[in-house]
Design a binder for this molecule. Structure first.
Ligand code: FES
Length: 374
């Protein structure tokens, strides 16, 4: 091995200089190829002058293993794109199918990213030579000499990494990156088409009954009557034949409401103000026997605002602590939200079930670009 000779010389002249990023390579540095694995016995990191390269046969094996990982990453990336298109937006309205879709997208993306990571790890450990490189803090900017030497260093590192010398590994890596590079472009599809009026309309309409969220039990005023400070989450009662998978997640997100019962004397001034755009109606006209209905979706960024403090009638959103006063038209009393929770007008039908008497008059949830009060 040539390493011993070099080390002898170095010992006679004192310690050999260490390799510094941006400087020409050290002339005395010797690349040794040892058939046995020297990594187990070596004490500490390899210095610049004692660079170790794996034997060619180990490097070849590493190249093949890394390439297999890159191929798996490629398949994972393709699988991600396929999963994205296999589950269309109507199917994923079914929560069960949405779960499969999420698992397929997450699993394939994990395989793609893990494959690239594992391949690069094998590449670094078995194909690249090992030695210590350090870079001391330096004055900026770099000198002309340092700038010109960087090119040399860069090309040398590219050579040593095996990127130019190992075409199988290089090509499979590039192959693996293609679907991952395409994924963000494909996902742009989800940004369109523009929502139009979708955010401004919900499933609520005049005469629509309401179910307790998670059941098919239609609500009556008596359900809240035994509890003068009660609160229930509810959804529109929709015919199952019309919605075989139940209400889509998007429709649920827009329609879910909080029904709150409170003593009549607790209402505050905003409840008696005339509502803009109506024929002299007030928010109290939209309540029924002390029951008021508000959108459950926070007007900040859309979390479910479902923490209710009975004694103060405050509705708290747990995400960023926006607080709405249920006794005062869900006016914002604290936090980043800047709009009240929209109120749903309610009443009872002939059979005594609670119903909506119309849709929200403003879009529930966070404000969006096309948001404007009609
Ligand atoms: S989403 Fe409710 S406070 Fe931010």
């Amino acid at each position: 091995m040539t390493e011993n000779n070099t080390n002898d010389n170095n010992e006679a002249e004192g310690p050999a200089p260490e390799r510094v990023v941006g400087t020409p390579k050290v002339e005395e540095r010797v690349v040794s190829e040892t058939p046995a694995d020297p990594y187990d016995d070596h004490d500490g990191p390899y210095r610049a002058f004692e660079t170790h390269a794996r034997p060619e046969e180990v490097q070849r094996r590493g190249e093949k293993i890394a390439s297999v990982w890159f191929l798996l990453a490629f398949l994972g990336g393709i699988g991600f794109l396929v999963s994205y298109f296999v589950f269309n937006s109507e199917e994923i309205a079914d929560p069960q199918i949405a779960q499969y879709s999420n698992m397929a997208l997450g699993g394939t993306l994990t395989l793609a990213l893990f494959g690239i990571g594992a391949g690069m790890t094998v590449w670094a450990r078995q194909v690249m030579p090992h030695y210590e490189v350090h870079s001391p803090y330096d004055e900026l900017p770099s000198s002309e000499e340092e700038k010109s030497s960087f090119g040399t260093f860069f090309m040398q590192s590219a050579d040593e990494s095996g990127f130019t010398k190992r075409p199988l590994m290089r090509r499979t890596l590039i192959l693996a990156m293609v679907p991952l590079g395409l994924a963000p472009i494909v996902l742009l599809r989800d940004t369109g088409p523009l929502p139009g009026d979708k955010f401004k309309e919900t499933l609520w309409e005049n005469g629509r009954r309401m179910y307790v969220e998670g059941t098919h039990r239609a609500l009556r005023p008596e359900d809240l009557e035994n509890d003068p400070y009660g609160m229930i989450s509810a959804l529109p009662a929709i015919d199952d034949d019309h919605y075989p998978h139940g209400i889509s997640l998007n429709d649920q997100a827009k329609s879910v409401i909080l029904l709150i019962k409170m003593p009549e004397g607790d209402w505050k001034s905003r409840m008696t103000e005339e509502i803009e755009g109506t024929d002299g109606q007030t928010r109290l006209n939209w309540t029924h026997n002390g029951i008021v209905a508000y959108s459950k979706i926070c007007t900040h960024v859309g979390c479910p605002a479902a923490l209710y403090e009975r004694t103060s009638h405050r509705i708290l959103c747990p995400c960023h602590q926006s607080t709405f006063d249920a006794a005062d038209a869900a006016h914002v009393v604290f936090g980043p939200a800047h709009r009240p929770l929209p109120q749903l007008p309610i009443g009872v039908d002939d059979e005594g079930y609670l119903i909506a008497t119309g849709d929200f008059t403003e879009p529930p949830g966070p404000t969006f670009w096309e948001y404007a009060k009609d």
